[in-house]
Design a protein around this ligand. Structure first.
Ligand code: NAD
Length: 527
């Protein structure tokens, strides 16, 4: 049994070693479910981060020129190792996050392995050069070629410490890049395990480097000459990171916070909807960017739905997931998240909400907060407007689906959203009216597991996408190659010397092509 966690609530709660000059030199990893010290890593200096990027660049030069098929073949060895050592990954992630082993296996390992499989199977097609038909310059030919960008930086959060960074790392590697990753300071051991497995597969060591540290290390990575950054984290950090990327002209993907609404229509299947609310709200203790963070229940099903949500919530088994596969809800990552949950509840109750289940932190060892259901909620309450990132499901009664859509869109965030109705076509129509990157009908969270589908947000939930074909292409520079279809003459009518005659000729061409009713336009139906 290690030392118990002493919390510094000004930080994310992980203790750190401090050098004489005040800088933090080590990061300690604590088990949120028990308070045990699990391990420690050394903080990388700015020079080390810069050197890691320089080494990655050398490794990339050899990796990026390999045929895609060969890169994928070698990365599939990593997939085999991830599958073989899945239990080890589950052990580390489960202890470091206090999350149930089921969550770790399905969400962290399986989704990572599936994404790698999809990309390896399809990369040659997705990254194949392709021609673009030109509607005006018929005598020319255009094609797009995808070339690896170089070194991709990844900065990741603690809530999915394996799948989020590894998804980005693997996409970058498949596309021919090298990667330098700075994981969250809260969960360094999960990615240390990933790196250990990577190094055991014979892939070039410098192709994937992990640097450890706090915000300053992330900043240093952005300033170290990377060609792209994939950032996942909170909105406020995202603004700082995007500004740093702007200052260094580093293209970036921003995967930020969420406030997923769930609309329970009058014709929803109440049992499925209730179970989805409980799962979507409480899986990983609600610490999911696409958690069900607010429910709009039609008045005709509201009471029945609340009753079932309460009953099902009452059956959840909460506790330390270590050594058991029958814990449903685990711990909260650090005390600050518990304080945030308490503040939301106090605000909601002061404004008239009722606590139907839970509502408080558990006493005893570890950091646990009871799965909490609130009713009588409305948009004056922070719990309906700001990201909770904890096990709280606030429910608001609505008179119509139009009201539900209006409230769903009354948010500065737009990552995921959910619609429940027995009429799937109606669900899809409502989905198109909701301002979110992804809208799921009659299910929750599952879109993240669709390797083919783009994932990401709109509004302040960020920009750019991970997963899907476009995200893999975006790990590359799209290079446009432009050439002639016919032998080129020795000069061109649009080149020098300019003349009045050439100008008049150009005017005639403009009118012939674009004036309404022009003969060329009618015959050619070109434009
Ligand atoms: P965070 O913003 O506190 O930290 C994220 C990462 O950014 C960490 O690695 C951190 O060290 C680093 N960082 C902090 N300051 C930095 C700086 N100035 N420059 C560079 N890097 C810096 O987020 P968190 O608490 O780890 O994660 C929770 C948040 O992440 C939630 O808001 C959640 O919604 C969001 N999230 C989003 C997605 C998504 O896909 N959209 C997925 C998971 C989590």
């Amino acid at each position: 049994m290690g030392a118990l966690h002493q919390v510094d609530s000004n930080t994310n709660g992980n203790g750190s070693g401090t050098a004489k000059d005040g800088s933090r030199t080590t990061i300690k990893s604590w088990a949120p479910a028990t308070g045990e010290l699990l391990g420690e890593v050394r903080v990388s200096t700015k020079d080390e981060i810069r050197a890691a990027v320089a080494r990655a660049r050398k490794a990339q030069a050899a990796w990026g020129v390999l045929p895609i098929e060969e890169r994928c073949e070698r990365l599939l060895r990593l997939r085999d190792a991830l599958v073989d050592r899945a239990d080890e990954i589950v052990d580390v992630v489960s202890r470091e996050c206090g999350k149930p082993r089921h969550d770790c296996l399905s969400h962290e390992v399986t989704v990572t392995v599936d994404l790698l499989s999809y990309y390896c199977k399809n990369a040659a097609r997705i990254l194949a050069p392709h021609d673009i038909g030109l509607h005006l310059l018929k005598h020319k030919k255009s094609s797009i070629h995808y070339a690896p960008r170089g070194v991709v930086g990844v900065i990741s959060p603690w809530n999915f410490p394996f799948v989020i960074p590894m998804g980005d790392v693997l996409a970058a590697l498949v596309a021919g890049n090298a990667v330098v990753l700075k994981p969250s300071e809260v969960t360094p051991l999960s990615i240390q395990k990933a790196k250990e497995i990577f190094d055991g597969t014979g892939l070039p060591e410098d192709l994937f480097t992990v640097v450890y540290g706090y915000g300053e290390a992330g900043q240093a990575l952005i300033e170290s000459g990377i060609q792209k950054l994939v950032f996942t984290g909170g909105v406020e950090t995202g603004k700082r990171v995007a500004a740093a990327c702007g200052a260094n002209l580093v293209p970036c993907v921003m995967e930020l916070g969420g406030k997923a609404p769930l609309i329970a229509c009058a014709d929803c299947d109440v049992e499925r909807t209730a179970r989805a609310i409980v799962f979507g709200g409480f899986v990983n203790s609600g610490q999911v960017c696409i958690s069900v963070e607010r429910v709009y229940a039609h008045e005709s099903v509201h009471d029945q739905l609340v009753a079932r949500v309460k009953e099902i919530t009452g059956t959840l088994r909460q506790g330390d997931p270590n050594g058991t596969e029958t814990v449903d809800v685990g711990a909260i990552i650090f005390p600050k998240q518990i304080e945030i949950a308490e503040k939301h509840i106090a605000d909601a109750v002061a404004k008239g909400a009722q606590i139907v289940s839970g509502g408080k932190k558990r006493t005893g060892a570890g950091q646990f907060f009871e799965p909490t259901v609130l009713t009588g909620c409305d948009h004056t309450m922070t719990v309906m407007k700001e990201e909770i990132f904890g096990p709280i499901v606030p429910i608001q009664k609505v008179a119509s689906e139009d009201e539900a859509v209006r409230l769903a869109n009354d948010s500065h965030l737009g990552l995921n959203a959910y619609v429940f109705t027995k009429n799937r076509e109606k669900g899809k129509r409502i989905a198109q009216r909701i301002e979110a990157g992804s809208v799921v009908v009659n299910d929750v969270l599952v879109n993240y597991a669709a390797a083919e589908a783009p994932f990401g947000g709109i509004k302040q939930s960020g920009f750019g996408r991970v997963h899907g074909d476009d995200a893999l292409r975006d790990m590359c520079d799209a290079r446009h190659v432009f050439s002639g279809r016919v032998p080129e003459p020795s000069s061109d009518p649009l080149w020098f010397p300019y003349s009045s005659k050439a100008y008049r000729w150009q005017m005639r061409v403009l009118r012939a092509l674009f004036s309404r009713g022009s003969i060329v336009k009618r015959i050619g139906k070109l434009f």
